[in-house]
Design a protein around this ligand. Structure first.
Ligand code: 13P
Length: 252
């Protein structure tokens, strides 16, 4: 068995700031019902107010749930923040860290993202660490230096915990735009990220799941997910439509 086949695919839905109690109920029930027998692990990352609903709907099923961000801090006077311990309290196993929307809209630097990844691990959560270049950076030939810088910041704080993270390569220009990286473009960046990971620790680094995100839809999922080195997807818009999300999961 080679290293790629040892990694079970992971399909993660990032609902972003979408949902309502009524709409979620249907979506969660249908995902639960459609998830059994898949060859991929499934997780939905829901807005914090809906964690209790996700926990109630998904407990005992094959589907995990998680948060979309966590605080750097453990507790205290941080109005509006949600701690890793709170996510754990609602049964989360995963949390997205360093999504490009957090980086660009909330000023999260590489150092903050690294600290959040460390804090997630300290709370018993698996961070799904996002990296990716802007269109300007890609056109300037800076894709590999940018994702290297973003990943190295995280690797520097992980210590022996490298094997406990998930990484998502999400080119910023492909998020919510309908423009997706070609399977070859995605694979090239994945190979670069993999080389960095195994350079730190060959065993742990080969076990880390590397997801692709950015306008993944049922009609392009198969071509992306069949590429060697692409271990799953981080799905935005299509994770809100049950048929699309499950169709993507079936392609994995
Ligand atoms: P879309 O799938 O809507 O492009 O979003 C991707 C994303 O940002 C997932 O985190």
């Amino acid at each position: 068995m080679n290293q790629t086949t040892m990694r079970r695919p992971l399909i993660a839905g990032n609902w972003k700031m979408n949902g309502s109690v009524a709409a979620n109920a249907l979506l969660l029930d249908c995902i639960r019902a459609g998830a059994s027998g898949l060859a991929a692990d499934l997780v939905v990352c829901v807005p914090a107010p809906y964690l209790a609903q996700a926990q109630a709907a998904l407990s005992g099923s094959a589907v995990a749930w998680g948060g979309q961000d966590l605080s750097l801090h453990e507790s205290g006077a941080f109005t509006g923040e949600v701690s890793g311990a709170m996510l754990r309290d609602f049964g989360c196993h995963f949390v997205i860290v360093g999504h490009s929307e957090r980086r660009s809209l909330h000023g999260e630097t590489d150092a903050i993202v690294a600290d959040k990844a460390r804090q997630a691990l300290a709370c018993g959560l698996t961070p799904i660490v996002c990296v990716g270049e802007t269109l300007e950076e890609r056109e300037a030939g800076q894709t590999e230096p940018v994702v290297s810088r973003q990943l190295r910041a995280v690797l520097a704080v992980l210590g022996q915990q490298l094997g406990k993270i998930v990484i998502a390569y999400e080119p910023v220009w492909a998020i919510g735009t309908g423009k997706t990286a070609t399977p070859e473009m995605a694979q090239q960046v994945h190979a670069h990220l993999r080389a960095l990971l195994v350079g730190v620790d060959s065993d742990a680094g080969s076990g880390v799941r590397l997801l692709y995100g950015g306008s993944v839809k049922p009609d392009n999922a198969h071509d992306l997910l069949e590429m060697d080195g692409i271990d799953g997807g981080l799905i935005g818009g299509a994770s809100l439509k049950v048929e699309d999300f499950l169709a993507i999961a079936k392609s994995a």
